[in-house]
Design a binder for this molecule. Structure first.
Ligand SMILES: NC(=O)c1ccc[n+]([C@@H]2O[C@H](COP(=O)([O-])OP(=O)(O)OC[C@H]3O[C@@H](n4cnc5c(N)ncnc54)[C@H](OP(=O)(O)O)[C@@H]3O)[C@@H](O)[C@H]2O)c1
Length: 238
């Protein structure tokens, strides 16, 4: 256990979660990195170590029963306590109304909603014991609007925002803060996109670092401040 602050980031093997993990690692935090692809997690961990942070890799499929509990217990033990949980792991399928399969529905709600709930359920007793903590839920701008051919993905992000609203009111007396971060289009491998983005996307879209900046602001806010939501639109909306 060190004096450095600690963060647990789900979906830290790529994209936005990797960006968040790298940002906190570069700031010298101890970072628990969670996802299924161990080799990718080890690459992120190596970059954090090189920058002076302290990584700890936990390989897990968060949609599996009991895995969120195991992850929280393992991270708590490895880091000596958790200050911030970032619920970032997520997925999206895009299908028209008549094409939505039950399997795609189940998979998206399982990861984007159930796993986030199960992570929070597991960590709240730990936060209460420590006298507080910070939850960050990575939602989306589609958590506020309807988006064609994304009914289920959009619904999961509305559901996550509903959880965020409720947890805020339920948990603040125990010093537990809860924030919803809603990015617009970010260049990642999300939904089988090119991880580096196309040349055209790189002209206008957000980068994982933009989301990491918002999460960093939440994690380092003052003790009297309780950031509720950060919506990150792309600057060029033409
Ligand atoms: N990209 C965008 O435009 C955008 C915009 C708004 C919000 N978001 C949200 O941002 C979050 C991150 O997405 P991204 O864009 O960074 O996409 P991404 O690169 O595909 O990242 C998804 C992450 O989730 C992890 N993951 C997937 N299934 C998992 C499981 N069953 N158990 C544990 N980890 C799992 C993946 O790692 P493994 O495959 O190694 O498990 C990966 O690290 C998602 O919640 C997404 O909805 C994205």
């Amino acid at each position: 256990m060190t004096d450095a602050k600690t963060v647990l980031v789900t979906g830290a093997s790529s994209g936005i979660g990797k960006g968040i993990a790298l940002r906190f690692g570069h700031e010298g935090w101890c970072v628990a990195l969670v996802a299924r692809r161990e080799a990718k997690l080890r690459e992120v961990a190596a970059a954090i170590s090189d920058a002076g942070g302290e990584p700890h890799v936990i390989v897990a499929d968060l949609t599996q029963e009991d895995e969120p509990d195991r992850v929280v217990a393992a991270a708590t033990e490895a880091l000596g306590g958790i200050d911030v949980l970032v619920n970032n792991a997520g997925m999206g399928n895009f299908e028209s109304a008549e094409e939505i399969s039950d399997a795609a529905y189940e998979a998206q709600f399982r990861l984007n909603v159930w796993a986030c709930m199960a992570m929070v359920r597991a960590i709240v007793p730990h936060f209460r014991e420590r006298g507080g903590g910070q939850l960050v839920n990575i939602g989306s701008v589609v958590g506020y609007i309807g988006y064609p051919k994304a009914a289920i993905y959009t619904s999961t992000k509305w559901a996550l925002r509903g959880l965020n609203e409720t947890w805020r009111e339920e948990l603040y007396p125990d010093g537990i803060k809860c924030a919803y971060v809603a990015p617009g289009y970010v260049i990642t491998g999300f939904n089988d996109r090119d991880e580096q983005g196309t040349a055209e996307e790189r002209e206008w879209a957000l980068f994982p670092e933009d989301v990491a900046h918002a999460v960093w602001c939440i994690a380092t806010q003052g003790s009297h401040s309780d950031i509720k939501e950060i919506i990150i639109q792309v600057q060029d909306r033409s």
